[in-house]
Write a protein that binds this ligand. Structure first.
Ligand SMILES: Nc1ncnc2c1ncn2[C@@H]1O[C@H](COP(=O)(O)OP(=O)(O)O)[C@@H](O)[C@H]1O
Ligand SMILES: [Mg+2]
Length: 306
């Protein structure tokens, strides 16, 4: 388990990460989703014990990032794929991974086994002897992931793992991430890509210096944005608008002869709205219900916290 409790980082009085609290269960993928500058990288660097926190704490299993001795233990059970870290382009995929295992002091026999397993797992066994410099971006990113796993950590931090990849390569990397989860790894992935977060994460935290929302993709959609009731009328009159305001405090927009009303519970609110409209002589032509997309949910959350 990863327990993050009020984790805060300030750079010279400026808060880059402010009071994050969340947990990640074993075997889950947790996504930190947020725009550039939201504090995603800073958060992951604190969790990986690469930079110190300003206040708050995080525990990874039984180890605290606040404790110097624990930080060594934390480093041994986590793997990190940072943004833009280079591989040794002239070395083969195999050697890139093996070299990292050596740095971690993994004995040769075990290294052999791990490296083979990782290369197979990530679909790179067939190209293991090719210099990484000849690989596509997607393949390189997979080597970077394999390298971060060379000491067989149970937890993996991925900082924008698909940021510079074309859609096809991004999918290959996402599939690999899901495979690793199925193998039992616990993963925190930073992304500014909403679609990606939605596809692979069990839980998403929307970050903008503070954690502004957290939950499963479905939960976020439900809790953050109301449904839209779209009512087409023969005519939108002032009397109709007044009648709606009298029975409902829901936000609404007028778009020509169309009313778009942001309701929380269509089942109970729609009949009241329709009744109010017809009671002042409004002619309803059509009523429809539109659920928000995840993108609307995200944009709304991020905008509201500006
Ligand atoms: N070493 C640093 N010194 C000063 N400010 C920093 C440092 N690292 C990050 N920041 C600032 O902290 C904020 C969050 O940055 P970062 O964590 O990199 O965001 P993200 O990864 O979400 O794009 C940004 O405003 C960034 O400029
Ligand atoms: Mg970043």
């Amino acid at each position: 388990m990863i327990y993050v409790d009020g984790l805060t980082k300030t750079f010279g009085g400026f808060a880059a990460v402010d009071g994050l609290t969340f947990q990640v269960k074993d075997g889950e993928i947790f996504g930190l989703l947020g725009p550039n500058g939201a504090g995603k990288t800073t958060t992951i660097r604190m969790l990986a014990c690469l930079i110190s926190k300003t206040s708050g704490d995080a525990r990874i299993d039984d180890f605290s990032i606040s404790n110097k001795e624990d930080s060594f233990k934390i480093r041994s059970i986590i793997g990190l794929v940072a943004e833009n870290v280079g591989l040794y382009e002239e070395l083969s995929a195999y050697k890139n991974i093996d070299f990292y295992g050596k740095l971690y002091g993994i004995p040769e026999n075990q290294r052999k086994e791990n490296t083979k397993h990782l290369l197979e797992e990530l679909g790179l066994w067939g190209v293991k002897d090719r210099p990484v410099g000849t690989f596509s971006k997607g393949m390189k990113q997979k080597v970077a992931i394999a390298r971060a796993l060379s000491h067989d950590p149970k937890i993996l931090f991925l900082d924008e793992p698909t940021a510079n990849l074309d859609p096809e390569a991004a999918k290959v990397v996402r599939d690999s991430i899901l495979n690793l989860k199925n193998e039992g790894k616990t993963i925190i992935v930073n992304t500014h890509n909403l679609d990606e977060a939605q596809r692979i994460c069990n839980t998403i935290g929307i970050l903008k210096t503070k954690l502004i929302a957290i939950g499963s993709p479905e939960h976020l959609k439900e809790s953050l944005q109301s449904d839209k009731t779209v009512i087409d009328l023969e005519e939108v009159t002032d009397r109709i608008v007044a009648a709606i305001k009298a029975v409902s405090s829901a936000q609404f927009e007028i778009d020509g002869r169309r009313l778009v009303i942001y309701v929380k519970d269509p089942q109970t609110e729609n009949p009241v709205l329709i009744k109010a409209i017809t009671s002042v002589g409004g002619n309803v032509i059509a009523v429809s219900q539109v659920s928000p997309t995840m993108e609307e949910v995200y944009l709304k959350a991020v905008r509201e916290k500006r």
